[in-house]
Design a protein around this ligand. Structure first.
Ligand code: SF4
Length: 129
């Protein structure tokens, strides 16, 4: 047991307060699933400069692709995925820094059919525009 405790870290590290008192110590798989689902991203947030560069690169790619727009249903689907994503910070994607907004259609990657989520693997991808 000490072996897996060392592998997953001390239970009090869990930001959601789930400890060995609520998940039996022998249920390692449940604990690992919990950590994977709820542990905040270990990746640092992009700087303002990185965000601007990411957005500019996405915009350039979008224009080069002929500026195809996603359907309202696809924008809604992507929005639902993003707002449930652990990388979403309440306003923008924590990985690329691009805004997650349905309203600003022409300034939102969610509306650009050729774009994809920057996560690995991507949580959503390009569609026909
Ligand atoms: S673009 Fe991808 S990683 Fe970023 S918030 Fe949306 S689903 Fe999450």
């Amino acid at each position: 047991m000490a072996e897996w405790r060392a592998a997953v870290g001390a239970p009090e590290e869990c930001p959601y307060g789930i400890t060995l008192h609520t998940i039996p110590p022998f249920d390692r798989d449940a604990y690992m699933r919990h950590r994977k689902q709820h542990q905040p991203s270990q990746q640092s947030q992009p700087t303002l400069l990185q965000k601007a560069a990411n957005f500019a690169a996405a915009a350039a790619q979008h224009v080069a692709a002929g500026a195809p727009m996603a359907s309202e249903a696809e924008v809604q689907r992507r929005h639902d995925i993003c707002t449930a994503c652990p990388h979403f910070d309440g306003k923008a994607c924590g990985l690329c820094g691009c805004p997650v907004a349905r309203e600003r259609k022409w300034l939102s990657k969610l509306s650009w059919a050729d774009q994809n989520c920057p996560d690995d693997p991507p949580r959503w991808g390009p569609v026909e525009g």
